[in-house]
Write a protein that binds this ligand. Structure first.
Ligand code: ADP
Ligand code: MG
Length: 354
């Protein structure tokens, strides 16, 4: 372990936790569009579980089936081991945070958060305590008296979150909640959400099409394509051992090498690149000759497109550790050597489109 990758799964022993949400052979079509195609899914208590996939792959529909806003054509939805397929949303111990966290504009932040508790008949004192607690948790302790119009986008999103967690649901569903925020704020909110989830211990089921967001936040990820789950695993598993071409291409950048009738995936950061004749500086590596097609300086790293002897083009990245060392002429056509550890290769199954 290098210590670079935090291991959220170790924070709680999710492997032993009971299954809290289960989809069993769930199918949902809108006329002739199959939105969710025979999906099986187990989410364990306390997990930060992410549904990741491209637009239209069935993530939102799956979430709506869990929440009870949609009924499956076939299959079963279970909550805590109980079949809830026929139950309406308000009879499920689940809350949803949407991207357009529609706050009531004429109410203060605190009133917005209290609204659900009042509707449920929770007493005044307890409501006050729980609202204060929720505000503290989303780091808006001093904002209770403001109106939503006086908040930034990120703050409004946190109020939306506070409004959901104040109900202390067993499961919180979040559908691309950070999609409307700019990059910097989105990254801040990713850490915030992760922290809040760990603190409240509520199971989060999180939808995103952003692979980096999924990798950084999740205990486990289910990857959707064409209404199906193609792989479920920890961030490390889906990145290092993608189940098929689709996952390899969707989660991160992949080079695919065809060798000995096998299809092998090799991630750009596993490749060393040096000028022809230069020492790789490490023993036991597989070395090949190539020519630079392109070099793109990205700041933290430089990205190289290299043509190998057999014509395969691969992407390699190199961290810009120092300003001068290891530099070589980056003009197209420059002869280089690329090298990798044999165990960096991972054999891919073929993707079978239906
Ligand atoms: P995602 O959230 O992954 O982008 P969705 O679950 O929203 O995907 O949609 C999956 C598929 O189902 C898409 O092809 C979408 O157009 C279709 N779909 C979703 N909701 C409806 C609906 N209410 N009526 C018709 N088609 C829908
Ligand atoms: Mg969606």
């Amino acid at each position: 372990m290098t210590g670079e990758q935090t291991q959220p799964a170790a924070a709680h022993d999710a492997d032993d936790a009971p299954v809290i949400v289960r989809l069993a052979a769930v199918h949902k079509a809108y006329k002739d569009v199959v939105a969710v195609d025979h999906v099986d899914l187990d989410v364990r208590q306390g997990e930060f579980f992410t549904l990741l996939g491209p637009s239209g792959s069935g993530k939102t529909t799956s979430l709506r089936l869990i929440a009870g806003f949609e009924k499956p054509d076939r299959g079963v939805v279970e909550l805590n081991g109980v079949d809830v397929t026929g139950l309406p949303p308000y009879d499920r111990d689940i809350n949803t945070v949407f991207q357009d966290y529609a706050l009531f504009p004429h109410m203060t932040v605190a009133e917005n958060i209290a609204y659900g508790l009042q509707a449920k008949g929770v007493g005044r004192d307890e409501t006050k305590t729980r609202v204060a607690e929720a505000l503290r948790m989303v780091r808006l302790a001093d904002y209770g008296d403001r109106s939503p119009a006086q908040l930034s986008g990120g703050q409004r999103q946190r109020v939306g979150l506070a409004r959901a967690i104040v109900n202390r649901p067993k499961v919180l569903l979040l559908d691309e909640p950070l999609g409307a925020l700019d990059l910097k704020l989105r990254q801040e909110m990713q850490s915030e959400l992760k922290r809040i989830q760990a603190e409240v211990g509520i199971t989060f089921i999180y939808v995103t099409h952003d692979q980096e967001e999924a990798l950084t936040m999740s205990d486990r990820i289910a990857i959707f394509n064409l209404g199906r789950i193609v792989q479920t695993g920890t961030p490390v598993q889906v990145y290092e051992e993608p189940a098929d071409d689709f996952v390899a291409g969707f989660v991160g950048t992949s080079n695919i090498l065809n060798r000995d009738g096998k299809r092998l995936i090799l991630r750009p950061e596993k490749i060393r690149i040096v000028a022809e004749g230069q020492s790789i500086g490490e023993a036991g590596l597989h070395v090949e000759a190539g020519r630079l097609v392109e070099a793109v300086y990205v700041g933290q790293f430089t990205r190289y497109l290299v043509a190998l002897a057999d014509g395969t083009e691969i992407v390699a990245v190199r961290q810009n550790l120092d300003r001068s060392t290891g530099r070589f002429r980056e003009a197209p056509g420059t002869k280089v050597q690329v090298a990798w550890r044999p165990d960096s290769l991972f054999e891919l199954r073929r993707f079978e489109p239906r």
